[in-house]
Design a protein around this ligand. Structure first.
Ligand SMILES: [Zn+2]
Length: 87
């Protein structure tokens, strides 16, 4: 099931904004403000489960509670050519 979630998240990253599924954080109830993913091992270490949805803020707080201090960095999925062509 974890692999399916990852595959779904990867697919979601490739969809233009507005066409993706709307997800809500299971902790605070906030709608996901950005499309984001975490590697399986990090997600599992922080949440203890391969399932679920957390917003970046709640995931960050949960990681800190486990002694993991995250550094967030944006990346491009899909149209990497836009990076090279300047948009
Ligand atoms: Zn949240």
């Amino acid at each position: 099931m974890g692999k399916l979630l990852v595959a779904a998240k990867r697919l979601l990253c490739r969809l233009p904004l507005g066409l993706g599924m709307v997800e809500f954080c299971k902790k605070c109830g906030q709608r996901q403000p950005v499309v984001w993913t975490a590697r399986d091992e990090l997600w599992l270490a922080v949440t203890g489960s391969p399932h679920g949805v957390l917003c970046p803020g709640c995931f960050d707080k949960a990681a800190e509670a486990k002694g993991l201090f995250l550094r967030w960095k944006p990346s491009v999925e899909g149209n990497r050519r836009a990076l090279l062509n300047g948009g």
